[in-house]
Design a protein around this ligand. Sequence first.
Ligand code: ZN
Length: 123
Amino acid sequence: MFFKKKKRFGKIPTKAERELARKIITDKVDYFCSKYGFSYNRISIRNQTTRLGSCSTLKNLNFNWQIIKFPEDKMEYIIKHELAHLKHPNHGRSFWNEVYSMDPNYKNNHKWTKEHARKYLKF
Ligand SMILES: [Zn+2]
């Protein structure tokens, strides 16, 4: 998931923030993986410039550490979105069906990230 405009999020996380983010995000990912039947290789927590999350063809998940500041359902949407990419490496119909099966409110959550995520990422 990307932002259209290239803009740095700014803040470099402290070690404590990075560790907290890793714990929160990893716990959520593991919970959803067992609930919905996904498996991944590894998770990286990053201070990225324009991405909230990504998923590689090697099943490595990357998340922007700052998503832990989002409302919980929005953070969960970002995680579910990337998990769906473990099965569907595109944004085709089957991908969105997968997202929908985990998050029936995904359209609103997706819209929210486009409109509001950046506010949470400013310091
Ligand atoms: Zn995507």
